[in-house]
Design a protein around this ligand. Structure first.
Ligand code: FAD
Length: 272
């Protein structure tokens, strides 16, 4: 289908993008366009104005920042997956970027777009939850930091205000004790269910893909591990607090069963 009519503005700086978001009615940022444009073609999204930030190349970087690795929001999935700093200091992020879509999607889509879109079926959001990442947003009032736990608020909704730009994502250095398992029928498909696990002192943080209206922390599993349970018994609580969809790829019941298997495997891998 053809998108509804819209205006187009290209921002040359983050400040210009923020100003445009404030001054055009119903404006939306355009980064890689690989989630927003398909939604516009289906007329699920009908922004009045697109503010194109795709050429803000100074928001495309990966930096070793002490205890954390900082990733510019406009860094494309391909560059994330091939970045040597991430491969060495936070390999779960590089690995997961490689699992997203096909080469065309990875060459256009950005890590910032992936999380700002707030799609519960996206791979990166649950990894960000498991890592307890920090998101840096810039708006008219300046910069603020948002923890991953507070970021994903509802279906395709995040804590970003309408006139804020996500500029950076900070992930703690995590060189071992991690796993991301994406279950899909065909190599390039979205996850039917995905599980991210990151080992911590008292157990693990576990993020779930496509198990509800937002990416979800598997709190029941985390509690069980903290109480001394092994991965097999902790994983029996993997569907607690979830509300998985039923669609042509699988029923909610199937997803509830699948997530327990994947959580067990991911924990075994992360805690080995
Ligand atoms: P855009 O589409 O440009 O924007 C998405 C949303 O985020 C918009 O609302 C936009 O306003 C907002 N936004 C973007 N950047 C910012 C920012 N810096 N600050 C604030 N808001 C911002 N994803 C997966 O996780 N796994 C998959 O397997 C997968 N397969 C795919 C297969 C296909 C065929 C396609 C087309 C997409 C697929 N995707 C998949 C989605 C892909 O990863 C997208 O690139 C990503 O979800 C969105 O990134 P983008 O840069 O394209 O964002």
């Amino acid at each position: 289908m053809i998108p509804a009519p819209f205006e187009y503005v290209r921002a040359e700086t983050v400040e210009e993008a923020i100003a445009a978001l404030g001054s055009y009615e119903d404006a939306k940022l355009l980064a890689g366009g690989h989630s927003l444009l398909p939604a516009m073609r289906l007329r699920v999204a009908r922004p009045g104005t697109l503010v194109d930030i795709g050429r803000l190349r100074d928001l495309s970087y990966v930096r070793d920042d002490g205890d954390a690795v900082s990733i510019g929001a406009l860094t494309r999935h391909h560059d994330v997956s091939n970045d040597e700093v991430l491969q060495e200091l936070c390999p779960i992020v590089a690995y997961t970027a490689e699992q997203i879509g096909d080469p065309q999607v990875r060459h256009m889509g950005t890590i910032g777009g992936s999380v700002a879109h707030g799609d519960p079926a996206g791979d990166m959001p649950s990894v960000m939850l498991a890592l307890d990442a920090t998101f840096v947003a810039q708006g008219p009032a300046g910069r603020r930091e948002i923890g991953a736990g507070e970021f994903f608020t509802s279906l395709f909704e995040t804590a970003l205000a309408h006139d804020e730009v996500l500029t950076e994502i900070r992930v703690p250095k995590t060189t071992e004790g991690w796993s991301y398992l994406k279950f899909h029928r065909r190599a390039l498909d979205w996850a039917l269910v995905g599980v991210a696990a990151v080992r911590t002192n008292g157990g693990a943080r576990v993020g779930l893909t496509n198990m509800g209206f937002t990416p979800i922390r598997a709190r029941g599993v985390e509690e069980a591990l903290a109480g001394g349970a092994d991965p097999a018994s902790a994983s029996t609580r993997a569907d607690e607090g979830t509300s998985p969809p039923s669609d042509s790829f699988g029923s909610a019941e199937y997803r509830r069963s699948l997530v327990k298997v994947l959580v067990k495997r991911a924990l075994e891998e992360a805690m080995a």
